[in-house]
Ligand binder design. Structure first.
Ligand SMILES: NC(=O)c1ccc[n+]([C@@H]2O[C@H](COP(=O)([O-])OP(=O)(O)OC[C@H]3O[C@@H](n4cnc5c(N)ncnc54)[C@H](O)[C@@H]3O)[C@@H](O)[C@H]2O)c1
Length: 329
């Protein structure tokens, strides 16, 4: 199977690339990204003989079409995105529409005009739920979307564009919403500037320094999942032989309190009023909720591993790649 992944040199998509190759699900990959692969990605994916890296901006419709048409993939995973950064949203809100909505339309249009493509996975986000209704318990995959930032707005719009392409051209386009992802290969990219709390905890372990967080962060919690578990579910969605249409959550499905997360990482943490590592404990709904994973579990038979196992794997990757954290910290 040949899989073309947009945003393929970024964090989660590079973990998917490795999963597809190491599992044997794909024998060929095209990684399309506006950023050329850095040594970290090349080292992580390892079997780069099977990979074609393609520097393409998804805003360039003609270039996207030519590359997808020439590559003739079986499956396309569309993960290229610009994520929520308040300064980016304020200074250039149109970029979210250009990259996340128009870029999605370009990728889908190229896919439907290329007769080799049997499925497109659209990678979305829990940001579609915005601040949300005060619904207790895990949020269902069919909960109403109420985005409250340009990133979430653009993800909802792109999901609707994807649904329309599916209806118009009979394409199989599962929509996959991730919660807060952590794990190997998380680093700043042209699409993302804010690192997760687990990234900071891993950096503190590897660099042997204490992490400063705001005091209220210690009263917060959330639904974290490793990119490795996410990639396993995405691989299942790539290889499934039946239609996979529908919306999936890839999440743990459970709340983890920040003190428990800190313990799992074995990190040393202090509090500081000026710390930029800050979570608001009152934000518990919508994009800050816990998510039902019933559809991924029922339809794919997917189940995330226990958090302790996910964290241990990440820490062992972090220890083996400590230079990476020293350079980024
Ligand atoms: N990391 C998370 O916690 C999380 C949570 C929810 C959803 N997601 C989704 O997962 C996907 C991957 O996100 P990530 O966290 O790995 O982010 P990332 O920034 O590491 O990856 C995004 C990639 O898109 C590329 N990109 C940005 N603009 C582009 C453009 N114009 N043309 C081509 N490529 C472009 C970037 O260079 C980057 O490599 C995204 O669709 C994101 O919305 C991630």
């Amino acid at each position: 199977m040949h899989v073309l992944i947009t945003g393929g040199t970024g964090f989660v998509m590079s973990v998917l690339a490795r999963e597809l190759l190491t599992s044997g699900a794909a024998d060929r990959l095209t990684l399309l990204d506006q950023t050329a692969p850095d040594p970290a990605v090349v080292g992580f994916i390892a079997n780069t003989d099977a990979v074609n890296f393609d520097v393409v901006d998804v805003r360039d419709s003609e270039h996207v079409y030519r590359r997808i048409h020439d590559a003739r993939p079986d499956v396309v995973v569309h993960g290229a995105t610009v994520t929520q950064v308040p300064e980016w949203e304020r200074s250039d809100p149109t970029r979210y529409v250009d990259v996340n909505v128009l870029g999605t339309s370009h990728v889908l249009d190229a896919a439907r005009r290329t007769d080799s493509v049997r499925r497109v996975l659209y990678i979305s986000s829990a940001a579609v739920y915005g601040s949300g209704n005060c619904v207790p318990g895990p949020l269902s995959e069919d909960a109403p979307t109420r985005p409250d930032e340009m990133y979430g707005v653009s993800k909802v719009a792109a999901e609707m564009v994807a649904q329309r392409f599916a209806a118009l051209y009979g394409l199989d386009i599962p929509v996959v919403r991730f919660t807060m992802v952590f794990g190997p290969m998380e680093r700043p990219t042209s699409g993302r500037a804010q690192m997760s709390l687990p990234f900071h905890l891993a950096a503190s372990r590897v660099t042997n320094t204490s992490l400063e967080v705001s005091e209220r962060t210690l009263r917060a919690g959330g639904d974290w999942i490793s990119a490795v578990d996410v990639a396993r579910a995405l691989r299942m969605l790539c290889t499934d032989t039946e239609s996979c249409a529908g919306t999936y959550h890839l999440a743990s499905g459970e709340r983890t309190d920040v003190p428990d997360l800190i313990r799992a990482f074995g990190a040393s943490v202090t509090t500081s009023a000026s710390s930029t590592v800050d979570m608001d404990p009152d934000k518990k709904f919508g994009k800050h909720a816990i998510y039902s994973i019933a559809r991924a579990r029922g339809r794919l038979g997917w189940q995330p591993r226990p958090l302790a196992e996910q964290v241990a794997e990440y820490l062992s990757w972090a220890a083996a790649n400590s230079k990476f954290f020293h350079a980024l910290n």
